[in-house]
Design a protein around this ligand. Structure first.
Ligand code: DAT
Length: 173
């Protein structure tokens, strides 16, 4: 049994996953697992996809790479997908959301090519990640939070910190 929970922070690229995870790691001491970084550093991929400008992830290798951390607990898993992690590893799934105009500006600032930008905007509008989270985890584990402003981010982090304190109380031996 974990004595610290594992949290997934997911959502379309640009919604604020990394920013939230860094703030949460700072506030709580939980470890920020950036899946992008792990995929790159540990070679959990089958090469670079030139069309989608992203790694072609080898999910089995990725799961092997993060399993020791996940079993130890206390991880904040930062990725734009959530359906591959075993449900038994996870205690909370946070799906961040952003308005189209906000997301457009953030992805344009990253100089995403038009096609990739549009694809991500469509995915956000169609609630693809929210649906994936709801399909993969118990309804009560999935929380949808707006991430358009610094105030929203601050209140999201406060909320997750409060959830963590409650989890620790509920799971104290
Ligand atoms: P992700 O990791 O989901 O791709 P990010 O954390 O890198 O997203 O954030 C993308 C950009 O948007 C970055 O410049 C920080 C900014 N940002 C993210 N969340 C925000 C928020 N709630 N309020 C204001 N800016 C935000």
């Amino acid at each position: 049994m974990r004595n610290s929970p594992n949290i997934i922070v997911t959502g379309t690229p640009g919604v604020g996953k990394t920013t939230h995870c860094e703030a949460l790691a700072d506030r709580t001491g939980l470890r920020h697992l950036s899946v992008n970084q792990i995929v790159k550093e540990k070679g959990c991929h089958e090469g670079w996809d030139e069309q989608f400008l992203s790694w072609i992830v080898d999910e089995d290798k990725l799961l092997d790479a993060i399993e020791p951390d996940a079993l130890a607990g206390g991880c904040i898993i930062d990725w734009h997908a959530c359906d591959l992690f075993p449900e038994s590893w996870i205690d909370l799934v946070v799906v961040l959301r952003a308005d189209s105009a906000t997301l457009y500006d953030r992805l344009a600032a990253r100089k995403y090519p038009e096609e990739k930008l549009q694809e991500n905007l469509d995915s956000e509008i169609m609630e693809v990640l929210l649906q994936e989270a709801r399909d993969s985890y118990d309804a009560e584990m999935v929380v949808e939070l707006a991430s358009n402003s610094a105030d929203e981010m601050e209140s999201n982090v406060d909320r997750i910190v409060a959830w963590l304190a409650q989890w620790k109380k509920d799971n104290a031996e």
